[in-house]
Design a binder for this molecule. Sequence first.
Ligand code: ADP
Ligand code: MG
Length: 420
Amino acid sequence: MATSSNASSSGLPSSSSTPSGSSNKTKDPIVEAGLVVADVYKTAKYLQNYKFPYCDDVVKYEMLVKIGEGTFGEVCKGRDRKDPRKFVAIKKVLMDHEKEGFPITALRELKILQTLKHENIVNLIEVCCSKPHPKTFVISTYLVFEFCEHDLAGLLANVNVKFTLCQIKSVMQQLLNGIYYLHSNKILHRDIKSSNILVTKSGCIKVADFGLSRAFSTPEQGKPPNRYTNRVVTLWYRPPELLLGERNYGPSVDMWGVGCIMAEMWTRSPIMQGNSEISQLTLICNLCGTITTDVWPDVEKLELFGKIELPQNQKRRVKERLKPYLVDPYACDILDKLLMLDPKRRIDSDTALNHEFFWTDPMPSDLSVTISQHKSSMFDYNKTRTRPYRPGNIRAAYSKLKAQVAPSSTNVDKYKDLIF
Ligand SMILES: Nc1ncnc2c1ncn2[C@@H]1O[C@H](COP(=O)(O)OP(=O)(O)O)[C@@H](O)[C@H]1O
Ligand SMILES: [Mg+2]
């Protein structure tokens, strides 16, 4: 972010006072400032007044209310001081536990967000920073996004928000359009869940939270397989292959989450709420049937298959169990294909978008009528808390939500199957 500036106008300790004794005035002042190890105070003072190019001071926004907190930061609604009609969401990059500079996860999120431009992907407006903290000299960094009025978890938690079949089709179609765009650009989201799906007041769906996302490649034949981490995706939305230790995975991990969200559109809360990896797998087997090599030939190659005791002789009951909620036969069919145990047999976003569900009456219809009836924002964060914005809460929030295995909703200590 910092590249160059005029040293004399910003009060940088003069180059002759640096331990290196360098008098080369053409050097980048920031690089020089980095060399002034002994003179931290002078450097801090310099930074107080330093204007980072391409990175405005976050004071340009008025912080209004806290709307979210998670693993990597907290999110506030903000208003542009120069244009009070412009609202934004400001996500602070959490630095509390960083010993080695700017967190790599935030850098990855930023880099990916900068390359993505699509109407169903949240739009990053800019990156802002704060003045250095007077005692620690730490400069905070903020990602500034277009503001979306709701998230899907918040909307689904409110019984007054009712979606028709046409509107559910629209939500799913827009979500799949966003996912299709990501996957065609070789990006895995790796944290698909309802609180990461935003909804604008005009009913536009935006995929958000790229904190766990990464670029992926499809390994060519004869080349070594990918070895990505399998500690990704919030537990309740985590597909069986990750729970069984798969490290050579691809876009199908996101499609499982899409399936969980689709069911949630009718059940109104996450369908499989395990409290550990094993309980999550048990819930999956109860719904999707026993995991065997008959239904999933490659499963025996996975590290944890055969090492964990899982329910045996379970029939697949996805359609049977969800029919009372979904009713529509095409909805049941696409959901069945999204919740396939074998990732190779799970439907991809392109095929899903071509499914009859989206192309038969009643056709997908505009959400704005329903959404615009609700004047106050609904966020996952508000479901369980009503506290006002307090910046000091980050550390507590971090330890509480640190493990993404613990989803943000309540009842994580119960072993719950909501569609039984
Ligand atoms: N652009 C946005 N507009 C409105 N709300 C947002 C926006 N971005 C995030 N939020 C809210 O903040 C919450 C947390 O943000 P998110 O990016 O998911 O970070 P994390 O979950 O890593 O803390 C979201 O679940 C959502 O409720
Ligand atoms: Mg999130």
